[in-house]
Ligand binder design. Structure first.
Ligand SMILES: CC(C)(COP(=O)(O)OP(=O)(O)OC[C@H]1O[C@@H](n2cnc3c(N)ncnc32)[C@H](O)[C@@H]1OP(=O)(O)O)[C@@H](O)C(=O)NCCC(=O)NCCS
Length: 154
């Protein structure tokens, strides 16, 4: 498995597995290629958008790290990181998410981030377990969400 920077040409392939997640009830926001481009690959607050790919170049998952800007939709303190992770259903529990976070954590350290927020739907037990396994801890629980943080530089 290799981790690399996402490029605009990845949007269609990413969109396909986001649609799969949606059809499994694991996603409720848009999954089309334009959404992938504007919200993940080239979001204005991006610090990094990384993809993990198989030996044959198949994209297995992506992880986005953004900086929390003034008025961000998650209500996260300005200057924290905000993380999002999406793994192809047939690649789940193979360490894709864990591998992506090794790269993201390095980038967070280089960017001087102190904390990273993960906002997860309270019903999303996969996401909650995943971030807990990486060392994220719950710090607030607004309307149907669990917000966890990761201490980048204690
Ligand atoms: C949550 C998600 C990102 C996990 O990705 P993944 O590549 O399957 O995770 P990994 O294989 O790296 O798992 C790392 C650890 O997280 C925990 N974990 C991950 N998925 C889990 C699950 N479904 N149930 C329980 N624990 C889980 C485990 O401790 C796991 O280690 P282990 O397999 O050695 O026990 C993936 O299931 C996904 O994309 N889900 C849909 C989108 C989503 O919910 N994103 C996150 C919230 S926004």
């Amino acid at each position: 498995m290799k981790v690399r920077q996402a490029v605009m040409g990845d949007a269609s392939e990413i969109s396909l597995f986001l649609e799969q997640l949606a059809s499994l009830g694991k996603r409720s926001i848009p999954s089309d290629p334009d959404f992938v481009r504007t919200h993940y690959i080239e979001h204005t607050d991006n610090i990094q958008c990384a993809v993990a790919e198989d030996e044959d170049g198949t994209i297995l998952g992506l992880q986005i790290l953004k900086i929390a800007s003034e008025g961000n939709t998650y209500g996260v303190d300005v200057g924290w990181g905000i993380i999002g992770t999406h793994v192809k259903p047939d690649a789940a529990r193979r360490g894709v998410g864990k591998t992506l976070f090794v790269a993201t954590r390095k980038v967070a350290i280089d960017a001087g981030l102190k904390r990273i927020d993960a906002t997860i739907a309270a019903t999303n037990s996969d996401g909650i377990s995943y971030y807990a396994a990486l060392g994220f801890r719950t710090y607030r629980t607004p309307d149907g969400k669990i917000c966890k943080y990761f201490e980048v530089a204690p």
